[in-house]
Design a protein around this ligand. Structure first.
Ligand SMILES: CC(C)(COP(=O)(O)OP(=O)(O)OC[C@H]1O[C@@H](n2cnc3c(N)ncnc32)[C@H](O)[C@@H]1OP(=O)(O)O)[C@@H](O)C(=O)NCCC(=O)NCCS
Length: 243
């Protein structure tokens, strides 16, 4: 069992009630802090949520509370687990490299050379100090990948993480994307001093916008003409969680 199998779950503290409205309606005052950021802080402003790392496994997740509300999630008893890639997972990277639907059309930028992925898996297990990739599993089955990359805003110490996700078509729309991205944020804020975890997505990718919002991300703005796909330049929406 990998060390990430002790699922990181977000449990609202009693004082969270004011920040999250039951029924899923977004709160009018949206906190800019992510639940995962609060574990190391004692200031009242950041004590709206706490992170509990549970060794109880399997678990049943039926609802998830985020700064924006309470949502129903459809995961089975073993839940969503992130773990490092192994050679047995190469089939998924092979599919993503040649099949636009496997990785999602919003992630498709043309065919990729799978040999480069094989080499990187062999060299470093797809995890380096500047970024990485973990498998998203659901009930033990591989259903997709999450990635993170270091990005810089000026000098070297002004860096943060930018994350990405791709689930196989059969596993979308069940809450897995929300939980996987929430777990990735907790992992990154828990294992690195990053102040910020960001993610961008196409203005037309409603599923990812909703998943990011449900995972606790705040929409920050639009980046115009940033990705070339399907014959034209596309606008992205940038989201972030800050510690
Ligand atoms: C984007 C993605 C990660 C979202 O994860 P997911 O598990 O499918 O999403 P969730 O089940 O957590 O649902 C999130 C929300 O999106 C909505 N949603 C899901 N699929 C949708 C779709 N095709 N169109 C519109 N909304 C959709 C859900 O209803 C939910 O909204 P709600 O809060 O109003 O109920 C996943 O669909 C995916 O991997 N897509 C292909 C790759 C991709 O686009 N990656 C992101 C690139 S930036």
């Amino acid at each position: 069992m990998s060390r990430w199998n002790s699922s990181t779950v977000f449990v609202p503290s009693p004082v969270a009630a004011g920040g999250a409205s039951a029924g899923g309606a977004p709160s009018s005052s949206v906190p800019t802090k992510h639940p995962a950021a609060n574990s190391a802080s004692t200031s009242p402003a950041t004590r709206t949520h706490r992170v509990v790392t549970s060794c109880l496994y399997p678990r049943v997740a039926t609802h998830m509370r985020t700064p924006r509300g309470v949502y129903a999630v459809a995961v089975d008893e073993q839940g969503v687990v992130l773990r490092p890639a192994t050679a047995d997972d190469l089939w998924l990277f092979e599919r993503q490299a040649v099949d636009p639907e496997a990785g999602g059309t919003f992630n498709w930028s043309g065919f990729r050379d799978i040999r480069a992925t094989r080499r990187r898996l062999d060299d470093n297990g797809l995890i380096t100090p500047d970024g990485g990739c973990l498998m998203v599993t659901h009930g033990g089955a591989v259903v997709g990948t999450v990635t993170w990359t270091k990005v810089w805003y000026g000098i070297p110490i002004w860096w943060c993480w930018n994350i990405g996700i791709s689930l196989l078509p059969d596993h979308r729309g069940r809450g897995i994307g929300t939980l996987a991205q929430q777990q990735l944020v907790a992992y990154l804020l828990g294992t690195s001093p990053a102040q910020r975890v960001e993610a961008y997505t196409d203005v037309e990718n409603v599923a990812e916008q909703r998943a990011l919002e449900r995972a606790g991300f705040t929409r920050e703005g639009v980046l115009r003409a940033t990705q070339f796909r399907d014959g034209r330049w596309r606008d992205l929406i940038i989201y972030a969680v800050v510690r």
